[in-house]
Ligand binder design. Sequence first.
Ligand code: NBP
Length: 486
Amino acid sequence: AHANIGVVGLAVMGSNLARNLASREGNTVAIFNRSYAKTQGVLDAHPEAGFIPAATYQEFADSLQKPRTAIIMVKAGAGTDAVIDELVKVFEPGDIIVDGGNAYFPDTIRREKAVRATGINFVGAGISGGEEGALTGPSIMPGGSDESWVTLGPILRSIAAVAEGEPCVTHVGHDGAGHFVKMVHNGIEYADMQLIAEAYDLIRRGTGKSPAEIAEIFAEWNRGELESYLIEITAEVLRQVDAETGTPLVDVIVDQAGAKGTGAWTVQTALSLGVPVSGIAEATFARSLSSHPEQRAVAGALPGPSTGSGTDEFTVPADQVDAFIEDVRLALYASKIVAYSQGFDEIRAGAAEYGWNIDLGAISKIWRGGCIIRAQFLNRIADAYAETPDLPVLMTAPYFAEAIGRAQAAWRRVVVQAAQAGIPAPAFSSSLSYYDGIRADRLPAALVQGQRDFFGAHTYKRIDKPGTFHTLWSGDRTEIEAEDTH
Ligand code: NBP
């Protein structure tokens, strides 16, 4: 028994993670896959890694030093449960089972509880960065017990991405905390991508610039406050020319965006927690809308603002093109601040609901490298939480409030132009509405509460005195003190 870490599941993610582990000083890696052919393939392709192969779960357990530590990288769901059942049979109390797949956090909470009952530690760890991240350094979001972190911490630190000298991994919190945070990471990723897509669409339709020209605009933006992996790859995608037709690749890709469910989980969870993540929700719904060709086929029946068809002309005068592009950049930046603010709000609410002690500043730091939403900007989030750890709304931190203040006139112009031209910009406009909602002195929620009291005697509170009240709407309409029924 001389491997200090094992990997179960050798598809693309697992084999890359195993190679990453093997490449780091001090690690010897045991590998196992349900079908041995994959194990043999990985052994043959990477003799340099010094892998210790196992043909059975028992052999795998025997090849590991105690406490045994194994990372599962199999298809999330039934596959994960099947592997856990097998490992629990051959592992002992004190050993550590890590699920590095994209598990839904309630499943992780359930699994952790069940595995803990056997004395074995179970850690749900979100891993972001795709195939390349797994190989060269992902951002890792582990949950699980403090005991498991003692053994697991140094191993995960050895393989994580490094941002400004710090490894992109932290012990997020107990049981499902890691997968919860990974889920919200993906939700923010949805919003970020949709915002970038809206910026591209407005520039293209407003200025007639080609994808290659817009790629240069994104490359330029990537040198400023928007610097991020997603902006960088956007320029790459827009530059790409289709070999077959010679046209921009983006023009031959079917305009239907897929989803694997983490965006929907983020929104469903936010709805349950009562946290308005409207930017993430709009981004998720925008993918849904795009993916219904049968509904979109009838779009011509719906009049637009000027031409009577679904798609309208929108031309920014030549002498205003540069100013318009700068407006779109600022709208993107402000909306992005809102999306991250909402995402961190969801993490805060989740931590409160599930009893996790999550350091929000530490989360923003481990997202600076390795993961899909890595960005310069995350340093500013870390600063904001360092200054005020219990900041109720991230965007109210002075740095972000100032940035939005600087951007807001442009942001409003862009949303107005999009609405007038009939160009959908759901994430831009919902982010702006959220911003205006948060900063409003009074909201029409007072009227909603009055309506609720009218039809359901749901009661209301008054601004001028304590207590709970109800108006006798179907009687003489006098007000009475009432039990609080919300
Ligand atoms: P897949 O999600 O395609 O899963 C394939 C692996 O699962 C194979 O090793 C397969 O073994 C194994 N497996 C299955 Br399916 N059912 C099993 C069972 N009942 N018992 C044992 N093993 C079983 O692999 P992947 O794309 O490498 O992703 C692995 C995990 O990482 C997933 O949870 C995924 O969501 C997550 N993830 C993926 C990415 C990404 O960019 N792809 C990024 C971040 C996280 P077999 O060879 O015997 O069929």
